[in-house]
Design a protein around this ligand. Structure first.
Ligand code: ZN
Length: 169
């Protein structure tokens, strides 16, 4: 069985990239599913940093913390605020102030393992939301929490958990 870069076993669709692209395709036609888009993107690139653009990882880590702390509506409000700001020619650039209270991306990543992975997401009849949007949201939330949890462990190297293999390289 193939193993993904993030340490997860592959699932019926393949590795996490296969799940990620299937989610991005399905959410295009489903606004209820698309509400979770930013959480999906942040969790995916933080679990697979080689797939993302490194200079955005810190902001994505903070954004995921904001989501975990304040909820999805707060994340969506912040994004709407950023879009409005970028559309206003007189004031360009991102407003990073809402993200400054959150921890910066720890050095030494990525973590070797995450408690919940994209390959663990159930797909039924080719859909991630076959059982509705709330259960899908709960599953994405679990992946987001697992992502933050593993990264946060890098912040406190003195707090070792048993059975954790060092990251190769
Ligand atoms: Zn993966």
């Amino acid at each position: 069985m193939a193993r993904c870069d993030c340490g997860a076993d592959s699932g019926p669709l393949g590795v996490c990239a296969d799940y990620y692209h299937a989610i991005l395709a399905e959410e295009q036609g489903d606004p209820g599913m698309y509400r979770w888009h930013a959480v999906v993107v942040c969790a995916y690139v933080l679990q697979h940093p080689s797939a993302g653009r490194g200079k955005f990882l810190d902001g994505q880590f903070r954004l995921l913390q904001l989501y975990a702390h304040q909820g999805l509506d707060a994340l969506l409000r912040l994004q709407a605020h950023q879009v409005a700001r970028n559309n206003h020619r007189a004031r360009s650039g991102y407003d990073m102030r809402p993200l400054t209270p959150y921890a910066p991306l720890p050095a030494g990543g990525p973590p070797a393992h995450f408690r919940a992975a994209f390959t663990g997401l159930p797909v039924s009849d080719g859909s991630f939301v076959a059982d509705g949007h709330p259960p899908y949201g709960h599953r994405i939330h679990a992946v987001a929490e697992a992502t933050l949890e593993s990264w946060a462990e890098l912040l406190d190297p003195g707090d070792h958990h048993e059975g954790q293999a060092p990251h190769p390289g």
